[in-house]
Design a protein. Structure first.
Ligand SMILES: [Zn+2]
Length: 154
């Protein structure tokens, strides 16, 4: 019994009820098993998605397709803000974390705690003797201070 391999149409061609050509622009990014083409098609439309992918170099198409899926899902979840809602949320979250870091640093500083210095970057042992050399002491002695002699009364 011979088993024929059936090549199923990609998710986009299934949606458009057409035969999936071998050079289908959608097939690499929306395979037959993909469930994300529905939302992309709902937000952008099949023709626009095809046009966007066609306008890009091949190496950028996968990222573009993933971005379209992400943005379409965000738009369906939040029809007003879409992925801008995510961006605003994350910016707000980052600002909150930044405030917490500043408050914590202020508390640490107020407590007088000196945090341990992070270890220096990788050192090579043969360089350490050079690093430990004492600074050059000038040959001329520093000017002598005039010593005051105190007279003792008594
Ligand atoms: Zn196809």
């Amino acid at each position: 019994m011979e088993q024929r391999e059936t090549i199923s149409a990609c998710a986009a061609c299934k949606k458009m009820s057409r035969e999936c050509p071998p050079d289908c622009i959608f097939a690499p990014y929306f395979p037959a098993t993909s469930t994300s083409f529905d939302c992309v098609q709902r937000i952008y439309g099949c023709d626009n998605v095809g046009r966007i992918l066609q306008s890009l170099p091949v190496e950028e198409r996968r990222v573009a397709a993933e971005s379209l899926v992400f943005q379409a899902k965000a738009r369906i979840r939040d029809p007003i803000f879409g992925c801008v809602g995510y961006i605003c949320f994350l910016q707000h979250y980052l600002a909150q974390i930044d405030r917490e870091i500043q408050e914590t640093e202020a508390e640490i500083s107020a407590a007088g705690y000196q945090p341990p210095q992070p270890p220096p970057p990788e050192q090579h042992w043969h360089q350490i003797p050079q690093m430990l050399e004492m600074p050059q002491i000038p040959s001329t002695p520093p000017p002598q201070e005039t010593t005051r002699t105190e007279k003792k009364n008594g």
